[in-house]
Design a protein around this ligand. Structure first.
Ligand code: GLA
Length: 721
């Protein structure tokens, strides 16, 4: 008990290394494999078995202590680190790294009792009570102080422990609050953003419904109100809350980094439309983007969701590395090793060209959580899901969780060591996967090939959740997913980009439902096309500015000129309604009366009030081409449409001969390229390739035989690349 401040390195059992042993793991060509390990939930005799099993499975990284606050600090200021000392020593002795967590996602009961004002308040004004996790207000000073304190003592004690390979701050930031602390902080944030009440009144269009503010004190968080809330207020609250959570993260990160700059720091992103976190913006603040990914579909859509999540994570990481480099000219996003020599800090190296590393921090070994039930993954599916992430650049494959608990709220969530114990299918698959990851370690850090980019924007996602829109079926993320699915099915490698990111290298740029577009975003798209790029913009894009105010003069506002169209009216479709398109296929969810202003018609609506009017158009602009898609085509029509646009732009599928359902991803390194092939079908397939198949070591002359559900990773012969 008690905290030895600045405990000397070497104070941990028989470990005497003077530098941090495991954080160097990020410079090695190896893939990280493991998951959340919660030894505090088990008697110590289980720990030795756990670590022996980890070794058997070649686990090399485990997240420790995520929800252990009440065990680490059983009473205010009274600490119990003995058990964690022994846990970390055990890991170090066995060559397993720790992603050591700060436990701030779950304050102990004593904290909530002592600080009832730090409990969160819902939009309805209901104050929540202790009893689950994430029950705190991130704007409450008492919570922030307690979080800093526990992070600080952990930093002091463990920053040089040889097991510690990564700091894992908090868990899945996302909890929202509407208490008075939040309101006060919101006002200060608004003053910083808008500068004056006049500017805020203008941005929020408060002349509507008598909402003009004459004093900052009149503004609250968007609590439950009588009818439709103000869109500007809703949008700014999301932005504010993302920044509030980021500040909570950053103050912990700074403490951890100060204690030992060589250990990278991250936090695991939870993905979902509800999350008030701008993941791309946060990416500049983490040393490694970490995502938790749980597909929600049971059928093939799970694989499509997996590919999109991985491409998003890679896009965020690349965006973040670039933002870091722009903010600090001495930092070279693509050369973290060099930078480490300077200030001692070591962000995890990203790929050689772009920088920006990312890791699948959590996934479910054997379950898919889908509506109303848990679906057991079929044999081999766990490996395919994990390898789909690794293929797309994840620095490893991590799971929630190592050993299934027998009690607690998540007693039936999946685990690498399930309730049945190690004599189980899931653990046998874990051991196999550990061996596979070792065999393909040489791919770690290689660049993912992509000739197409898809735009993504957190604020557009938030704004399309507002009430009062022309349809309740509008989702930025859903539209990004639909475009990505079409390209995934067509076999094109795809990067995710943010408005403003460099896009010249891509043959095709797709902007699905980019509802909010600033003038800068419009200029960015225009310059891309003018310079020879091929752009596809879909319905809903460019309609509003960054304050969610509609751009007058015709839709799609910001992109009208580059697209050569002018839309006068929307025609949102009813659930289940379809509008036929000339040449086959249908449009769904939405249709528009598109007027031509320079563009030519590619597809017309074939029936209904819009019969004969343009549905899909194409426009020459400068040296490039800009397509407009004014409805959501059915999946097959969308696949064909984007294939046509991509081929016309000069993009090529990764492996043109790969049959439907076989996912192909190519990685490129300095001296080699690797082709990942994942057979998601229940039939064997033969796929053309040449080189060495790394899982078996077999030479591949002309084709790989992929069993049903099987995977292959081919180090390609130079001629095949
Ligand atoms: C998230 C959390 C974990 C756990 C899992 C369950 O990813 O981070 O703590 O709740 O979901 O699937």
């Amino acid at each position: 008990m008690g905290v030895p401040r600045g405990a000397p390195t070497g104070a941990y059992g028989n470990i005497t290394t003077s530098t941090n042993g495991r954080c160097g793991m990020w410079d090695e060509a190896r893939l990280r494999f493991g998951g959340d390990w919660n030894p505090e939930q088990w008697p110590e005799r289980v720990w030795a078995e756990d670590v022996a099993l980890m070794r058997r499975a070649r686990v090399n990284l485990v997240t420790v202590g995520v929800f252990a606050w009440s065990r680490l600090e059983p009473a205010p200021g009274r600490y119990d680190f003995g058990w964690l000392d022994r846990v970390l020593d055990l890991l170090a002795d066995n060559g397993v790294g720790a992603a050591l967590a700060t436990p701030t996602a779950s304050p102990p009961p004593w904290f909530s009792l002592a600080h009832p004002g730090a409990l969160p308040v819902t939009a309805d004004g209901v104050r929540l009570h202790h009893g689950s996790r994430d029950t705190y207000c991130a704007a409450a000073p008492a919570y922030r102080a307690a979080a800093r304190r526990i992070a600080g003592v952990l930093a002091d004690r463990y920053a040089h422990h040889p097991a510690v390979a990564l700091w894992h701050v908090h868990n899945e930031y996302g909890t929202v609050c509407h208490c008075e602390h939040a309101a006060v902080a919101f006002r200060a944030w608004l003053a910083g953003r808008h500068g004056s009440l006049d500017a805020l009144n203008d941005a929020w269009t408060t002349s509507f419904w008598s909402q003009h503010y004459s004093d900052w004190a009149q503004i609250s968080t968007p609590r439950a109100t009588q009818y439709l809330a103000n869109p500007g207020q809703l949008l700014d609250f999301r932005r504010f809350w993302s920044d509030t959570l980021l500040a909570a993260y950053a103050e912990q990160r700074d403490l951890l980094r100060a204690a030992n700059p060589a250990v990278p720091v991250t936090t695991n992103y939870v993905l979902g439309d509800w999350v008030p976190v701008d993941h791309a913006r946060w990416a500049a603040e983490v040393d490694l983007v970490a995502i938790d990914h749980y597909p929600s579909a049971v059928d093939g859509a799970a694989e499509e969701q997996t590919a999109l999540a991985a491409d998003l994570a890679r896009g965020w990481a690349r965006h973040g590395a670039r933002a870091r480099a722009a903010a600090d000219p001495t930092a070279d996003a693509s050369a973290h090793r060099a930078r480490a020599d300077g200030d001692g800090r070591r962000p995890v190296p990203g790929d050689a060209a772009d920088g920006g590393a990312w890791l699948l921090m959590e996934s479910a070994p054997n379950l898919i959580y889908t509506a109303g039930r848990m679906h057991t993954k079929e044999p081999g599916r766990m490996a395919r899901h994990s390898l789909a992430h690794v293929a797309r650049g994840s620095r490893g494959a991590m799971y929630f969780q190592w050993r299934a608990p027998v009690g607690g709220a998540e007693r039936f969530h999946s685990a690498l060591v399930p309730h049945a114990g190690p004599d189980s299918r899931v653990f046998r698959e874990t051991v196999e996967l550990g061996a596979i990851l070792d065999r393909i370690a040489e791919t770690d850090g290689a660049r993912v090939e992509a000739s197409v980019a898809i735009g993504w924007d957190a604020a557009s996602g938030w704004a399309l959740q507002h009430p009062g829109l022309p349809s309740q079926r509008l989702h930025h993320h859903g539209e990004v997913a639909a475009a990505h699915r079409a390209l995934w099915r067509a076999g094109f490698g795809c990067d995710v980009v943010l408005p403003g990111d460099p896009v010249d290298r891509y043959a095709l740029l797709v902007l699905p439902a980019l509802y909010l577009a600033s003038d800068a975003a419009a200029a960015w798209a225009r310059a891309y096309v003018a310079g020879g790029g091929h752009l596809v913009v879909t319905w809903l894009s460019g309609v509003a500015d960054e304050h969610a105010r509609v751009r007058a003069g015709g839709y799609p506002g910001a992109f009208r000129d580059v697209l050569g169209v002018r839309v006068e009216e929307f025609h949102p479709l009813a659930d289940g309604d379809e509008v036929p398109l000339a040449g086959g296929g249908t449009g769904r969810i939405w249709a528009e009366s598109v007027g031509l202003a320079g563009a030519e018609v590619v597809r017309a609506y074939a029936a209904g009030v819009l019969a004969g009017q343009p549905a899909v158009t194409r426009h020459r602009h400068g040296a490039g081409t800009a397509w407009y898609v004014s409805t959501r085509p059915d999946d097959e029509t969308y696949r064909r449409l984007l294939t046509d646009a991509a081929l016309a732009a000069g993009a090529a599928p990764t492996c043109p001969a790969a049959p439907a359902g076989v996912e192909a991803v190519r990685r490129r390194g300095a001296a080699a390229s690797w082709l990942f092939l994942l057979n998601h079908t229940d039939r064997a397939h033969r796929v053309p390739a040449a080189g060495v198949e790394l899982l078996t070591g077999a030479l591949v002359d002309t084709a790989v035989e992929l069993p049903a559900g099987g995977v292959a990773v081919v180090r390609e012969a130079p001629a095949a690349r």
